[in-house]
Design a protein around this ligand. Sequence first.
Ligand SMILES: C[S@@+](CC[C@H](N)C(=O)[O-])C[C@H]1O[C@@H](n2cnc3c(N)ncnc32)[C@H](O)[C@@H]1O
Length: 230
Amino acid sequence: MQEFHRKIRSFVRREGRMTAGQTLAYESMMPDYGFEFNKQLLNFEKLFGNNNPVTLEIGFGMGASLAEQAANYPELNFIGIEVHRPGVGSLLARMKEREVTNIRVISYDAIDVLEHMIEDNSLAKLQLFFPDPWHKTRHHKRRIVKSEFARQVHQKLQDNGVLHMATDWENYAQHMLAVMQQEAGWTNLSATDDYVPKPDDRPVTKFQKRGERLGHGVWDLMFKKDTPHV
Ligand SMILES: C[S@@+](CC[C@H](N)C(=O)[O-])C[C@H]1O[C@@H](n2cnc3c(N)ncnc32)[C@H](O)[C@@H]1O
């Protein structure tokens, strides 16, 4: 009998309905700011029309944080990846509202986009804010942060490039830290070798506020890719 291996994904598709505003933004802005999945490496200079450093965000949700960050840092380029299409529509609507032009968007599994479309040693930063925590132990295998992921990100970052993660779920923060501590080639940017204070460039979002309101905190982790010894 043929064995069938299905990839374990970090999300469950929940298409949901797009609002009229999200649909309008999606249809009018995807041709200029979106790109489709294919197995060809992206040329960042062509994609953005400049050579500015590129930050890639996985799972931007409704895009509030990414739109604000891109508006605050016009000298940087951003690639946003989100499987949830209403979220993509929402990000595009926010971009239009704020006249943000330095984001390119794709609605696809980030793991596949990283593998097939992002050149090795090309990203200045990769950010993962409040990824689905998959609370139940039997679902932990769905967590995006695992050693394979850390290695994939390492391959795609430039030397001295940074992986920035944030979560409001302590158990996931501990898991992120444990995964990263086992991997070679990273320097933890925490002075205490665990978490960093919220950096100014990460906008405050609903998860941040929820964490604070519930009194269970938010944990930021930042790791720098080491320069290889020659
Ligand atoms: C809990 S939400 C957080 C959203 C956002 N970062 C925020 O802080 O509001 C996690 C998001 O990651 C997206 N996601 C999970 N796995 C993904 C993957 N492999 N590729 C792209 N998006 C993914 C989900 O669709 C979801 O919108």
